[in-house]
Design a protein around this ligand. Structure first.
Ligand code: NAP
Length: 310
């Protein structure tokens, strides 16, 4: 039976470590400060931001949410970022994506001070990651590495395959694995014979955004499979395709869908992975919880650097 890599457990461990670091900063003068900029009313973004602010409060991190109206201009938003850059009590600035279409998102992200870029997405920090220099790392890939290490899954010398090449997940995950001395292959939508490439992986990272596409054909028996995908299904027929009646585990998922009208699935087939993998992250409860935990770590790291407590 495959081992479940429990993201909630690792998140709680990381949060406990954060608490003592926040107390130390408070004893030196002030808590870490996180400013979240949420433009307009995107329901999914509002939930993400609420969870980030809630976790900050739980840990004693001072957080504030700035909520400009949907019709704010790029220039006005740049001015908000500029003010946050100058504020001594703000250690981390997070601009929640996606921004409305009329905003020049690249200009906005470029203005965030690299010192306060707790998402690790500024080109300076992407460069730091490429060169293995210190700096904030993108939260989701950093969470994956934490999970592997805390479950004592060795990375050095392993064949790792990352499916997805986004700046947010795929590329930074591949670089972090490379720095941990894995032999890394990065795949994308133009990769021929994706199943064959994936079957070479001892560590397989799926970050495609395609529900349950990574089936048993893609999984080397005994591999560690990390499922980054978060896909919300709202059609019963789609749920039935992934969870056909009679297959162990299907009835519970169909009942959960019937109760809520939606079901969250990853990019990895949730029934196949249990049968083929050596270890895997479930969805929900795998990679997801670690993203916010690593945002807290990045904010505290930034505060420690800026206050001079290291
Ligand atoms: P993205 O920007 O849409 O990138 C998707 C990548 O997957 C692209 O590189 C694309 O290739 C590749 N791809 C798409 N379909 C493919 C296929 N059929 N075969 C091979 N490659 C394919 O997505 P993202 O932001 O990286 O996010 C990926 C998934 O992770 C999404 O489900 C997202 O919701 C989830 N996510 C979860 C968390 C979390 O906290 N758990 C955080 C961030 C993202 P091309 O480059 O060739 O187009």
């Amino acid at each position: 039976m495959a081992q479940i890599l429990d993201g909630n457990r690792v998140r709680d461990e990381i949060k406990n470590e954060c608490r003592s670091r926040v107390e130390r900063l408070v004893s030196r003068g002030r808590p870490p400060g996180l400013a979240v900029v949420l433009v307009g009313h995107n329901p999914a973004s509002e939930i993400y931001v609420r969870n980030k602010v809630k976790t900050s409060h739980e840990l004693g991190i001072s957080s504030e949410t700035i909520t400009p109206a949907e019709n704010i201009t790029t220039e006005e938003l740049l001015s908000i970022i500029d003010k946050l850059n100058r504020r001594a009590d703000v250690d981390g600035i997070l601009v929640q994506m996606p921004l409305p279409g009329h905003i020049d998102a690249k200009r906005i992200l470029l203005l965030v001070s690299p010192d306060k870029d707790v998402d690790g997405l500024h080109p300076c920090n992407a460069g730091n990651l490429v060169q293995g220099r210190p700096g904030p790392r993108p939260c989701t890939p950093a969470g994956i590495i934490e999970l592997l290490k805390r479950y004592q899954i060795s990375i050095a010398g392993k064949r790792a395959v990352v499916v997805g090449r986004s700046d947010l997940v795929g590329k930074p995950a591949a670089l972090l694995l490379l720095h941990e001395n894995a032999t890394v292959t990065v795949c994308h939508s133009k990769t021929p014979d994706l199943p064959a490439v994936c079957r070479e992986a001892e560590i397989l990272i799926a970050a495609l955004g395609r529900p349950a596409i990574i089936t048993s054909d893609y999984i080397r028996p005994g591999a560690t499979v990390i499922d980054v995908g978060m896909n919300r299904l709202d059609k019963r027929s789609d749920v039935e395709k992934i969870f056909p009646s009679g297959r162990p585990g299907s009835a519970e998922k169909l009942a959960a869908f019937d109760k809520k009208g939606t079901l969250l699935v990853g990019d990895v087939h949730p029934l196949d992975v249990v049968e083929c993998a050596g270890a895997y992250t479930p969805v929900p409860g795998g990679v997801g919880p670690l993203t916010i935990a690593m945002l807290m770590v990045n904010t505290i790291d930034s505060a420690e650097r800026r206050i001079g407590v290291c």
